[in-house]
Each structure stands twice: as structure tokens, then as C-alpha cells.
Design a protein around this ligand. Structure first.
Ligand SMILES: [Zn+2]
Length: 1052
């Protein structure tokens, strides 16, 4: 449902007539992915020997051409790699590293952030953990916890019981059905029950549901909600549109759904979220911690962490820590994080280590109801007769759990999925718990205080206690992938499950971003045009803004941890249908949505081979290449890439939507002979290999700038005919990376990975949102990806990504089905080979304490950044030029280039978004305020490119004029055949000043009334009282490497 909803909302996303065309092109592309059927060249009949001979000859010729092309491609890459004047050598000697003095400033700063050794490094923890899965007794994955009983004599135990209800916006049911059947009742009852008794509390995370409910309730109820929020009885935690997945989601979308939620909360409730709550995402990313901190949150809770890591952290009393970004040398990014110690977030796993006991304190499972305890001991209603025995039983669990933490404040969540649907559940939980709390109050000798609380109540108490004790929490760096909940059940399957939608998500994201930027610029242009700050009268601005909001919310909803993960039921996923339409067109409008000058190949389907391309402004012909749209595939293989599949033949537990439990690994084999298709031309050359289950294309663009420096790889995968199969693309190189490789987290940062033999194969797969690389001292191989997938480096020099999975069975994580709704699925990458100049790997020795023993280990630089070239390549790959087709010349008579940016941004600065904010008075209307989000990337110095890039990082470099939108005409006659025209358009470039971004110069001719730095979700109270309020420019913004900066700008 998430996606069928998305389909309905895709259209409202459009801004203005021109954008219809954007999405129609998008539809067309996707429809082509869907509609095209793989056709196989039939094996020649045995009697037709002559035809067979002909085919073999043809094949030989093609293979020979293929080999020549491979050699050409390789030479071409090596040539690009070679140092200037250094001949053609591949390997460049180590030790010629950039000296800090000649490194670009951003590089120097990023370098300074590398290899920090303070605090706990999760990579080191992984190195020393035995992963032996020992039986811990009552707490199966942990250990026996002991206490004397006098630990709390001085400082009593302070228990905060936090009622919560986990509401998936789509999983087994659709968002709408969950809302109607459960969620609205939960919120209605919450309103009544919290109002009845001021001691009751509740937290709520999903603003998608909350805002829907808000629309349904009357003004009186809204006032009641505001009172509850004001009184601290109801707390909105995290405040995102959804509880987002943290593995597959890109940081653009993660932040966007957070902005959408926070803006809603500010507008309707006038408060801000202070604590994060992520109990169900399948693994946790520091990128999320960074965004929450940047959005003004001080604390966060996480839950789904590998059971062995939980156990280790419990032993070390490090379940509460300051989560620090790996690259941050300061505590600026620190956020207090609480990791739940036990198996789950339900009541049996939150009161203490023994689920059989804790379940007896889930009063929703009282005998006679629908829910039961699987441990055979049911809860009992608390009475005068049993209160002492029950209170002491519960206190024992609280005390045991408390021993895992440094302070005497204890967080005890009380809830589960879709809880508190009925009023009676409120009465059962709060009534019985209140009796237990009262009993504790009446027995001061027990040294315990317990009450209902919100998450912020807990963290306030925690910080008070820690301050009083003079205790600081340890700092921790790293991430919590790959999650295992028990045994060898690693949740790496969902890194790839339903790859069609993961690709679609990224396409929608890029379209939304481009639309946001164009919309903001269009409004500003109109205001400027009139000169009085008002919009052109007949412009349907509210209509467009509503559609834009719908687009934002569709993307946001899909970031849910059962959305982009591919772990919801088939009817929830829905079907996205596309109709193929061929438009009679003549003019193309191309929008470059990046902040950089770029050269791109634009591919257009036309109906005649007799076509040429003319620059609309100059009338000059442009370089173009015409190639056929292939009706029949040919087949080929390249020397560098092999494809293989993993068969699932074990009788044991099998892979499903969440889990990856591979059987035997085998090379892909095909009974049909390999056939090759080679294209050569002035714009690009490529090799396409067509196998039964996939088409694999490797393409080299003959383009200036970074576009021509990498190999483009695309796959079209179809495993619908298969049974329990997972298809993997493996890249084999001679990079001596040992067992280390790097994969990105949410497109925001790189994380070192170590392939560990002590872990099963599926544990060595990690999420790759947009990039992965292997490196040794002299070279680096980066794979940049346009979709999220699972990645691993199982052997030195190898990198593999899981392309698709078709799984017939459920994996017992609640979904109740396999994944068999596979589609014809495209995946797209760029492969980049770069020299490194002296990338020393080991940076010294360190030690880690475990089980009372001190372990020595090498300190590696755990932080690496992508090179500038890789950043630019990734940017181009994820933000393809947007081609809009105008119906005819006559209807768009006066097209001319539109140049909103005066200059390219520096190489390392990304215009993350230019997002129009809603008017504070008038809902559904845009304000004059725009959220300007700039991300300054950290980049690697050791692989700085020899040839200068087209953008610049230094204050002095100068370039020419930047053209951001270019218009060309395609002239073609109408005949029956369908052809593709590949149009190359080249823009020239511009001037840029410094790392201090001068915002006025940047957006010239636009002018900013004001520029105020704000929090990442643009909450008003985060706005810095700012010099930029002053009317006179310049409005200069300082940007730190790795950091995202948010500005509230008023466009004149
Ligand atoms: Zn969930």
C-alpha cells in the first residue's frame, strides 16, 4: 500500500506543467524496465549446421571485438590513472603522500578527523568478541546477574515506566487499514485515559499517524492534546514522519522525513522533540544519531543490536554511551544513547533479564484475554493478598537490570506493537502498576521509587544522577550493523529485498529534490519579476505546494522500517503500473539538478534514425550518437566481472525477507552460449552480455570531466522463473585490501568493515546505500551505486553486491510470507579506479579491555572518506539530468537558458536541498522562507585526482560561466522504427570563491533578505539570532567538513 499510495501521490508531486514531463519520462523509464522481456537467442537446430557455423563465426568476431574493446577500456582507465608524465605504470609508489601544506583545505580538515582512538570503537569490539552464543540461563543471550541487595541503600533505585505503542505505518496491513483498525483507537483512548489521571504518561513516535488522527479530531480534542503535551504527560519522541529504516535509507530522505515531522509538530503543538526512539529498525546507523543531534535532540534509544554486542556492553556497563561520529574529533556530535539490553522491546524483555517473569507484568495478558504468555506463567491482577509477593518479584527484575547500567535510574518501556487499542488495556496496565508503585512507596526499606514517565523524564533523571555522581558516559564510535537477533540469524537479507522498490525510492528522491529546488527558485523568480514580493496572480501556488507536500510525505512514508526494507506483505507493497506513451516531440529541456558543472549523456528515444541535435540558443549542431534499440539481446562476458548465484539447498532455516541464510555458493552457469553485443561511437562505447537471468552492460563514456573517468555498469535482472535464489554480482580485482573494505552509511559517511572468518557468511554482508570501496597502499577501487543493496568483500580483492533475491518461505520474523513478487529490476553503478599516494593502513597500537583482560591491537584508520572524484561521480549517478519534453516548437516559443546559480559550488559542497517552508499563518501555502541545506563532504587526500576537477575547492581558482539548464532541439522525421539518440551536452564553467560560501553571490540574481543558521529541521527556536538579519550582504556561511548546515533564508 505504501507504494500504490506513492503512485497516487507521484503526480501531485509535480510542480507546474513542465514537471508532468519529468514524471512521464520517469514512468517511461520504469515502464521500459517493467515491460521489456528478456528474449533468448534460440539454440540452433542440430540439422542446420551451416547456421550454427555462421553463428559461431559471428560470435568469434564479436568476442574478438569485445576483447579489443576491453583492452581499450582498460588502457583508457590506466592512462587516466597514470601520474602526469609518469608513463603508463599502474602502481604508484607509496610515500608520496600529499604534504598537509599542499592539500586542499577541506582535505586537511577531513584528514585531521581520521583515526581517532578515544572511546569505544565498535570495530575493535567485533574483533575480540568470540560470538560463541553461550547459554546465559534465564537471560538466554546474556548472563546471570547478581547483586547483594544493599547497592541502593544510599541512592535509591528510580524506575521510570514508559508506556509506548509501536505503530508501523504499513507492514502486515496497509497504513490506512492499521489506522482504521487500531491506531485511531489507540490515540482516542490515550486522550481519555491520560486526561483521567495525571500520573499516566505515554510516548508517541510516528507523526504520519499522529497528523492523520489530528485531522480527524475536533478543536476541543486538539486543545486536550496540547494540554497533555504541555503537562509532560504525552511526549512526541523522535518526531519523524516514520520510525525510519537506517540501513537502506539515504540521508536526504532520512532528514526530509524528520523535517516533515518536526515542522508539523512545531506548527500544531508548538513544541520540539527532545529524545529519539528507534526500537524496531533492524540495526542502527550513526548517521541517524548525527541527524537527531543536528535537529536538536539530546538523547536517543536504540534496540535492535546484535545480541553478542548487547551482552558485551552489558558486561562493560556501556549500554549507555555518548554516540560520537567516527570522523568527529570534537564532542560536538555527541548524543546520549541508551541501548536496550534484551531481546525485544515488548514487556517480557524490558522489565528485567527473565522474560518468564516480566511477562507476568504485562497486564494486557491477564487470563481470559486474547494475549497470553508463552512462558506458561500468566500475569495475576494485583490484590492486597499478592501485592507483596508480586512487588518483590518485579523488584528483583528491576534490580538485576539496573546492575547493567552505571546510574540508579532505570528505563522500563511498557508496550508493544499496536498496544493500548482498548480502554481496558489502559485500566489493566495503569491500575495494576499503580498498586505496585504504591507498595514500593509504602516500603522505604526497599529503596525503590517507581512511576510512569516519558522518555525525557527518564533522560532528565539520568543526567541528574550522572551529574551528581560526577560520572561521564563513555564515548562510542561506529555503527550497529549487521544485526542478529539469535543464533546465526543475521538480518542482511533486507539490505537487498525487493530491489525494484529500492531503486524506485532513489529515483523518487532525486525527482523530489529537483522539484523542491525548481519550485523554490520559480517562486523567487516570480516575486522578483513583479517587484512587489507577490506572486503572479494566476499561478496556482497552493495547489502546487499541496502536491509537493504529498510528494514529501510519500517519500517519507517509504523510509519506514518495513517500507524501503522490503519487509511488508505483498498487498502492502502493491503494484506500480506504468503506461508506455510515445510523445511526438521536438524540444528537450534539460535540468541539471546538481550544484556542479557536468557533462552528461542524455538518452532519448526517437522514432527515426534520421535525427540530429541542435543547441537551441546557438543553432549549432551538437555531438550525438544514434544507436538501435535492441529488440533481441546478444550475449557477452568481460574479463573483469563474474556473476554468480547463491543456491539455497540446506534443509535448515532459510532466507526470507529479513534474513539472509545462504546455502551453497555457486558460479552462475548458463546452458546457452554466451553472446556479445558491442557498441562503439563518439559518445560512448559499451559491451552488453545477455544471460537468461540478467543483462549486464559495461559502458565507457567519451566525455570530458569526471563523467568519463569511470566505467558505468548496469544490470537488468529477472529471476522470476527461479526458486529460492539470490543473485550476486562480484567484482574481482588485484587490490590487496586484506579483510578490510569500506561501505557507506546512508550516503552520508564511509564505515570500515572487516570480513571475519569467525562469523557466518551472511554476517559479513553490510548495507551499501551508495558506495563501497577496497583499497591498499597504492590503489582504490570504488563502486558507486544508484540503489541500496547488500555488499561484502568475502575474499581479498573482491567486492560483491546482492542484486535480487527470490525466497519461497517466511523467515519467522512475523511477516508470514516469502518474497516472490520479484520484478524485472534495473541496477546502476559507476566503477572507479584511483591511485593512492601513500595510504598507510596501520596507525599504531591500542588496547581494549574485555572480561577483565587487556587486549592489544593495531589501530587502523577506521575513518576513510571518498575521493572528490568519487563524490562527484556519485552525485552525477544519483542525480541524473532531468529531461523534459516539450510537445512542439510552437508551444514553447521562447526557451532560453535559466541560470539560477551564479557559480558551481566548491567540489566538496553539496546543495542537499532548497526546500520551501510552509507559511506559519496560512496552511498549505508556501512562505517566503526557504530551508537551504548545504552538506560539506569529507574527502580523501591520498587519492586526489591528477587532472584538476571541473569544480574547485580553493579560494583562488577561477572558472567561467556555469550553465545549469540547457535547451536543445531534437529534429526528427516520423518513421516506424524506434531509435535512441544519445545527446552529449557540455556546459562551461564558472567562478567560485571560497570555503566560506557567499550565499548572495551563489544564487545571483536572487537576493536573500536574511540568512539565519538553524537546526537541521529548521525549528524556529534553533534559529541563531543572526547578523544576517542585517539588510546588507554579504551573507557568508562557514561550512565544516562532513557537516550538514541548515539555513533559514528569506528570498527577496
Ligand atoms: Zn516496526
Amino acid at each position: 500500500m505504501v507504494l500504490s499510495k506513492m503512485k497516487r501521490k507521484l503526480f501531485p508531486l509535480l510542480v507546474g506543467g513542465v514537471f508532468c514531463v519529468v514524471v512521464m519520462s520517469l514512468y517511461r523509464m520504469l515502464e521500459m524496465m517493467q515491460g521489456a522481456e528478456l528474449q533468448h537467442l534460440e539454440a540452433p537446430a542440430g540439422q542446420d549446421f551451416y547456421r550454427l557455423q555462421q553463428q559461431i563465426d559471428k560470435l568469434e568476431r564479436l568476442l574478438s571485438a569485445n576483447n579489443r574493446l576491453v583492452v581499450t577500456l582498460r588502457d583508457s582507465l590506466l592512462h587516466r590513472q597514470a601520474p602526469q608524465g609518469g608513463g603508463g605504470a599502474v602502481n604508484v609508489s607509496a610515500g608520496s603522500a600529499h604534504s598537509p601544506a599542499d592539500a586542499p583545505p577541506g582535505c586537511r580538515l577531513a584528514q585531521g578527523m581520521k583515526g581517532r582512538a578515544d572511546g569505544v570503537q565498535l570495530l575493535d569490539v567485533y574483533n575480540l568478541l568470540p560470538f560463541d552464543n553461550a547459554d546465559g540461563g534465564a537471560w538466554k543471550q546474556g548472563f546471570e546477574i547478581s547483586y547483594r541487595g544493599n547497592e541502593w541503600d544510599e541512592q535509591p533505585l528510580e524506575v521510570l515506566l514508559v508506556p509506548h505503542s509501536h505503530n508501523d505505518p504499513g507492514w502486515l496491513k496497509t497504513f490506512e487499514n492499521y489506522y482504521q483498525d487500531q491506531t485511531r483507537h489507540i490515540l482516542n483512548n490515550m486522550l481519555i485515559k491520560l486526561t483521567e489521571d495525571s500520573r499516566r504518561k505515554m510516548i508517541w513516535a510516528e507523526i504520519s499517524y499522529f497528523s492523520k488522527w489530528w485531522n480527524d479530531i475536533d478543536e476541543q480534542k486538539r486543545e486536550m492534546v496540547k494540554r497533555l503535551v504541555g503537562a509532560g504527560q504525552l511526549e512526541l519522541v523522535t518526531g519523524g514522519w516514520v520510525m525510519a529504516d537506517e540501513a537502506n535509507s539515504h540521508y536526504f530522505a532520512l532528514l526530509d522525513q524528520l523535517i516533515e515531522g518536526h515542522q508539523w509538530i512545531q506548527r500544531h503543538l508548538g513544541v520540539r522533540p527532545r529524545s529519539g526512539w528507534a526500537v524496531d529498525p533492524f540495526g542502527h546507523s550513526p548517521s541517524m544519531a548525527y541527524l537527531l543531534k543536528g535537529a536538536g535532540l539530546s538523547n536517543m534509544v536504540i534496540q535492535r543490536v546484535h545480541y553478542a554486542v548487547k551482552k558485551h556492553f552489558a558486561q562493560q556497563q556501556t549500554l549507555e554511551f555518548l554516540w560520537r561520529q567516527s570522523w568527529d574529533s570534537s564532542p560536538r556530535s555527541d548524543i546520549t544513547c541508551h541501548m536496550m539490553p534484551f531481546y525485544s522491546y515488548d514487556v517480557p524483555h524490558t522489565c528485567g533479564p527473565n522474560p518468564a517473569v516480566c511477562c507476568q507484568f504485562d497486564f494486557h495478558r491477564l487470563p481470559g484475554g486474547r494475549a497470553m504468555c508463552p512462558w506458561k506463567k500468566s500475569p495475576q491482577p494485583i490484590t492486597e493478598q499478592n501485592v507483596q509477593e508480586r512487588a518483590l518479584l518485579l523488584l528483583d527484575q528491576y534490580r538485576q537490570k539496573s546492575r547493567l547500567f552505571r546510574s540508579h535510574v532505570l528505563l522500563v518501556p511498557l508496550g508493544d506493537d499496536f498496544r493500548f487499542v482498548e480502554a481496558s488495556e489502559w485500566d489493566a496496565q495503569s491500575g495494576n502498576y499503580q498498586k505496585l508503585f504504591d507498595y514500593f512507596d509504602q516500603h522505604p526499606e526497599l529503596h525503590v521509587k517507581a512511576r510512569f514517565g516519558t522518555l525525557s523524564d527518564y533522560f532528565e533523571a539520568l543526567h541528574r544522577r550522572l551529574d551528581a555522581m560526577g560520572t561521564a558516559l563513555p564515548a562510542l564510535r561506529g555503527d550497529f550493523f549487521t544485526y542478529a537477533d539469535r543464533d546465526d540469524h543475521y538480518w542482511s537479507g533486507y539490505f537487498t529485498s525487493r530491489p525494484f522498490y529500492k531503486r524506485l525510492d532513489r529515483t523518487l528522491e532525486a525527482t523530489l529534490r529537483a522539484t523542491e529546488i525548481l519550485f523554490s527558485l520559480a517562486l523567487a523568480e516570480m516575486r522578483r519579476f513583479r517587484g512587489d514580493g507577490l506572486l503572479v496572480a494566476d499561478f496556482p501556488v497552493r495547489e502546487h505546494f499541496r502536491r509537493l507536500t504529498a510528494g514529501r510525505r510519500s517519500l517519507a512514508l517509504f523510509q519506514h522500517h518495513d517500507g524501503i526494507t522490503g519487509t511488508s506483505r505483498d498487498p502492502v507493497v502493491g503494484n506500480v503500473m506504468f503506461n508506455r506513451t510515445l510523445l511526438p516531440f521536438r524540444s528537450l529541456i534539460i535540468f541539471n539538478p546538481t550544484e556542479q558543472l557536468r557533462s552528461s549523456v542524455i538518452s532519448v528515444v526517437v522514432d527515426s534514425p534520421d535525427a540530429d541535435v541542435v543547441d537551441a540558443t546557438t543553432g549549432q549542431p551538437m555531438a550525438a550518437q544514434i544507436s538501435a534499440v535492441w529488440a533481441e539481446p546478444t550475449q557477452a562476458s568481460t574479463e573483469q566481472f563474474q556473476l554468480l548465484s547463491l543456491n539455497l539447498e540446506s534443509n535448515q532455516d532459510k532466507s526470507g525477507a529479513y534474513l539472509f541464510l545462504p546455502g551453497e555458493e555457486g558460479l552462475y552457469s548458463s546452458s546457452e552460449p554466451p553472446l556479445v553485443r558491442v557498441s562503439r561511437g563518439p559518445v560512448f562505447s559499451d559491451i552488453t552480455s545477455c544471460f537468461r537471468h540478467f543483462t549486464h552492460t559495461v559502458r565507457l563514456l567519451s566525455a570530458p570531466g569526471h563523467a568519463g573517468r569511470s566505467l558505468e555498469i548496469s544490470n537488468m535482472v529477472d529471476i522470476r522463473s527461479e526458486f529460492n535464489r539470490e543473485l550476486v554480482m562480484r567484482l574481482v580485482s588485484d587490490v590487496a585490501n586484506g579483510n578490510r573494505f569500506y561501505s557507506d552509511l546512508n550516503g552520508f559517511q564511509m564505515q570500515q568493515r572487516r570480513t571475519l572468518q569467525k562469523l557466518p557468511l551472511q554476517a559479513n554482508f553490510y548495507p551499501m546505500t551508495s558506495a563501497a570501496f577496497l583499497q591498499d597502499a597504492t590503489s582504490r577501487m570504488s563502486l558507486l551505486s544508484a540503489q541500496s543493496q547488500a555488499v561484502a568483500s568475502l575474499r581479498p580483492g573482491e567486492l560483491e553486491v546482492v542484486l535480487d533475491r527470490r525466497l519461497q518461505q517466511d523467515d519467522n520474523r512475523g511477516l508470514g510470507q516469502g518474497v516472490t513478487d520479484n520484478k524485472l529490476t534495473a541496477s546502476l553503478y559507476h566503477l572507479l579506479l584511483e591511485d593512492r599516494r601513500g595510504g598507510a593502513e596501520v596507525r599504531g597500537r591500542g588496547s581494549v579491555k574485555c572480561g577483565g583482560k587487556q587486549h592489544q591491537h593495531d589501530i587502523f584508520s577506521s575513518v576513510e572518506h571518498m575521493s572528490l572524484l568519487a563524490h562527484l561521480t556519485s552525485l552525477s549517478l544519483n542525480h541524473l539530468p532531468i529531461t523534459m519534453v516539450a510537445p512542439s516548437d510552437s508551444q514553447v516559443p521562447k526557451l532560453r537558458p535559466f541560470l539560477p546559480l551564479r557559480s558551481s559550488l566548491p567540489c566538496d559542497v553539496h546543495l542537499l536541498n532548497l526546500r520551501t517552508l510552509e507559511d506559519s499563518q496560512e496552511s498549505d501555502s508556501p512562505s517566503q522562507e526557504v530551508a537551504l541545506l548545504l552538506h560539506r563532504k569529507g574527502f580523501d587526500c591520498s587519492s586526489a585526482p591528477q587532472a584538476p576537477l571541473q569544480c574547485t575547492w580553493s579560494a583562488q581558482e577561477e572558472v567561467d560561466t556555469h550553465i545549469h539548464v540547457i535547451i536543445i532541439n531534437v529534429n526528427c522525421k516520423v518513421v516506424k522504427m524506434t531509435y535512441v539518440i544519445h545527446v552529449m551536452y557540455i556546459t562551461s564553467y564558472i567562478k567560485y570563491s571560497s570555503l566560506q560560501v557567499d550565499l548572495d553571490r551563489l544564487f545571483s540574481p536572487l537576493r536573500f533578505h536574511s540568512v539565519r543558521r538553524s537546526g537541521l529541521t529548521l525549528l524556529r527556536e534553533d534559529d541563531q539570532p543572526e547578523s544576517a538579519r542585517q539588510p546588507a550582504p554579504p551573507h557568508v556561511a562557514r561550512l565544516r567538513p562532513m557537516e550538514i548546515s541548515a539555513f533559514r533564508v528569506e528570498v527577496a
